[in-house]
Design a protein around this ligand. Structure first.
Ligand code: CA
Length: 366
């Protein structure tokens, strides 16, 4: 049955009914290409077209779906504003204007506060833990439940890994140094900074470098060494702080119009979901490899001043982050349900990774 499902050529359903049962079904389902139904899909994204890492990740997913389906689904990718503005893609896919969207779920907190748990949570899950929660810890089922009222099917489509703390023109030696700090940092991390006396600023990617260089902002976070090097941020700031406490393993998403998804034969549905899983793994793998190289370049060629946040600062950032995240649970029953699953998973993952990943990395370091 499995094999037949997998081979099963689109709506050769007619052929299946006509041939009756048994082995003949399988050969009958291997319909000639011209008999297979073709699907032409559009993917709208929150990224500029071909934007390194993020836009190219969307392109990669689209290509993978076409390749794995033997051309039975073609996906045309639209950069932000090409078909709809970046922050309207959720509604556009919900309405069926496009079949797929590629973005990050924290953009949709206006639709559902719970959505924020599926992208990045300060002091939340790293990439390995996030994937474990989504694929084997109940996270994906919750995400589906959150998006169901909008007629959308979510998938994880790329993970950045632990991001960097950011680029600073002021040293951060104590909590006092966060007071009055004007920093480009979005989302929940920005709210944490605000509560500690800083001024979070929201800026599109294209304006970050000039704002940092002109002194309009004191600091910025972006992604990790690879994306930060590409932006030339080392030319505009003195200190490069780690770790990215605010985005420990950011998941980028793909979401699919549910009617369009349901109209696909089972094998193509499996291809779309499996391609997303492959893109999720590939994005993390690519960024890890490129971050390794780029960090080396930043430190050894560009002589960047790489430094950790002081322990005291991280401890307070964590205390406030836990408060901010717990408050999401108060917003509505769905947010509470997701928060409780997320938090229970994080607690267990912390205990396990204490004796696995952390113990191993410490041992390797020594
Ligand atoms: Ca970031």
């Amino acid at each position: 049955m499995k094999r037949r499902d997998f081979i099963g050529a689109s709506v050769a359903a007619g052929a299946v009914l006509a041939t009756g049962c048994g082995e003949k079904k399988e050969s009958a389902q291997q319909a000639a290409p011209q008999q297979q139904e073709k699907f032409e899909w559009k993917m709208v994204t929150t990224w500029p077209k071909n934007f390194p890492g993020l836009g190219t990740g969307a392109n990669h997913l689209a290509e993978l779906i076409t390749e794995m389906s033997g051309g039975r689904i073609t996906v045309k990718v639209y950069g932000a504003k090409e078909l709809v503005p970046a922050f309207e893609i959720f509604d556009a896919v919900s309405a069926g204007t496009a079949e797929m969207g590629h973005g990050a779920s924290y953009y949709w907190k206006g639709k559902s506060e719970a959505a924020q748990f599926f992208s990045a949570v300060p002091f939340g899950l790293n990439a390995q833990e996030m994937n474990a929660w989504l694929y084997h810890g109940g996270g994906m089922e919750l995400w589906q439940e959150v998006y169901a009222p909008f007629g959308l099917v979510p998938t994880a489509a790329l993970n950045t890994g632990v991001q960097m703390g950011g680029w600073f023109n002021k040293e951060i030696n104590s909590l006092e140094d966060l007071k009055g700090l004007k920093m480009r940092i979005p989302g929940l991390g920005g709210e944490v900074l605000r509560r500690l006396g800083g001024t979070p600023v929201s800026l599109p990617g294209g304006e970050i470098f000039s704002s940092l260089q002109s002194g309009a902002i004191d600091a910025t976070e972006w992604v990790g060494p690879y994306n930060d090097l590409a932006f030339g941020l080392y030319k505009a700031a003195k200190h490069y702080y780690y770790p990215g406490w605010h985005e420990p393993g950011t998941t980028l998403e793909c979401f699919i119009n549910k009617k369009a998804f349901d109209a696909l034969p089972k094998d193509l549905q499996a291809i779309v979901l499996t391609a997303s899983k492959a893109a999720n793994l590939d994005g993390l793998s690519e960024l890890t490899a490129r971050n390794n190289q780029a960090l080396h370049t930043l430190v050894h060629e560009h002589k960047v001043d790489l430094r950790p946040f002081p322990d005291e600062v991280l401890a307070q950032l964590k205390r406030v982050s836990d408060e901010v995240v717990a408050e999401i649970a108060e917003k509505d029953p769905m947010s509470r349900k997701v928060y409780e699953s997320f938090k229970a998973f994080r607690d267990q993952a912390s205990a396990w990774h204490e004796v696995s990943e952390r113990a191993y990395l410490n041992a390797r370091q020594g």
